[in-house]
Design a protein. Structure first.
Length: 403
């Protein structure tokens, strides 16, 4: 695989693999793949490989044997009842909860942890709202690497915390939010304490590109009008855009869908700047939302995400916690698909944009549902009503059924 790591802002090449920002302008980094060997081919040429991250190895900056847990290859559900409920022509859900650790992060980690091995690193680490830490912990275990994760105290859903501890990571909670934890991990990585596998590491979004490739493959290359992502640190929506730009540059597709991002109302710096027509943003100081996965005030890839949205004619919007929970339960009870609150934000965003008239009822929309419902059992139980407990008799149980 031939590639160059460049500053996304000033375009300079960055050779040092342990830099996570441009030494000249502090801009964020990006991998530029040399795809010239694919000219004259088409997406159909990859079809003989099994669906999953490594089907798209030509688009990934890895030359060695990958550390893999067979990530990707997740279902794309055609949610007809949800579409009827929302009043839209077609609504698909890309269910990333079906990944090995229950979120889309595994797509980036198979690439990122393989890269760590290629570089001879011994310790990997990240800051996380939960899912990144769960994923990194699993892949580090598989690779035999020491793993350190920094989490915001008291704001990580139980399933994610349990996973990170279960897979043997050193789990440290810091008194502060995700943005504070990321600042500390950046400093630790610069001091050489660990190899950082947050999405500011440009190898992570490379793996996450495959989410968008799969959607197109699963739709037999009939492009949807719009792909909707929940947005936190803002790398995933940008990764999807980068992915389809690459296919577009090869002539594998003839246009891009509208990339649309949804933030939680209490942590929506990008939505605020989109409303002003800005390409930069001001951080939110005290982000808050029930969707703790996207409780982020200073998204590291915020400028990239805004580019993805503006360049494709998409939008950024935000939804309230009530709207998130409503969408989460509707998807569960209409379609049997269980996603965590952050993922449901994407669906709630579609409903809001339809109601506003921003999304046309004739569109074909794909929602990226990033994490499994079991990640956050507390939110589910808090919104499910009471358990029914009775004597162990047929009569008592019948009464409970009818109650
Ligand atoms: N959905 C879920 C379930 C997430 O865990 C995240 C991010 C996102 C959406 C947003 O993706 O950051 O690329 O915009 N979780 C990170 C973490 C921050 O630490 O697990 P993004």
């Amino acid at each position: 695989m031939k590639y160059t790591v460049r500053c996304w802002e000033c375009g300079r090449e960055v050779d040092d693999p342990f830099q996570y920002a441009c030494p000249h302008c502090q801009g964020s980094l990006s991998v530029e793949m040399d795809l010239s060997h694919l000219e004259g081919t088409s997406a159909h040429d990859l079809r003989s490989r099994p669906l999953g991250v490594w089907r798209y190895g030509h688009f990934l900056p890895i030359g060695s044997e990958p550390v893999t847990l067979q990530e990707g290859g997740t279902p794309l559900y055609n949610c007809r009842k949800m579409a009827g409920e929302y009043g839209i022509r077609s609504l698909h859900v890309k269910f990333e909860g079906a990944n090995p650790t229950g979120s889309f992060k595994d797509r980036g980690m198979t690439v990122g942890v393989t890269r760590a091995l290629e570089l001879g690193c011994k310790v990997v680490g990240c800051a996380s709202t939960g899912n990144t830490s769960a994923s990194l912990a699993a892949y580090a275990a598989k690779a035999g690497l020491k793993c350190v994760v920094l989490l915001p105290t008291g704001k990580v859903a139980l399933g994610k915390l349990a996973q990170a501890m279960f897979f043997g990571a050193k789990v440290i909670t810091v008194n502060g939010n995700f943005d504070d934890a990321l600042r500390v991990v950046r400093e630790l990585s610069q001091a050489g304490d660990l190899y950082m596998l947050n999405s500011v590491n440009p190898f992570r979004p490379e793996g996450q590109k495959t989410l968008a490739f799969e959607i197109l493959d699963q739709l037999d290359l009939r492009l949807p009008d719009r792909i909707v992502y929940p947005v936190g640190n803002a790398a995933n929506i940008w990764a999807g855009y980068k992915a389809l730009r690459e296919w577009h540059s090869l002539g594998w597709i003839d246009r891009l869908p509208m990339f649309t991002g949804v933030q939680a109302a209490g942590s929506a710096p990008l939505t605020r700047s989109f409303a002003l027509g800005d390409r930069d943003f001001r951080p939110v100081e005290d982000p808050e939302t029930i969707a703790t996965a996207i409780r982020i005030g200073n998204p590291a890839s915020g400028r990239k995400a805004l580019r993805a949205v503006y360049d494709t004619g998409g939008v950024m919007t935000s939804v309230t916690d009530e709207e998130i929970v409503e969408a989460q339960f509707l998807l569960g009870r209409k379609e049997g698909v269980g996603v965590e609150p952050a993922s449901a934000a994407a669906l709630a965003g579609v409903r809001k944009l339809l109601d506003e008239g921003t999304v046309d009822r004739d569109e074909r929309v794909v929602c990226v549902c990033t994490g499994h419902v079991l990640k956050d059992p507390d939110t589910v139980m808090a919104n499910c009503g009471k358990l029914l407990r009775t004597e162990a008799t047929v009569e008592a149980v019948r009464r409970a059924i009818d109650s």
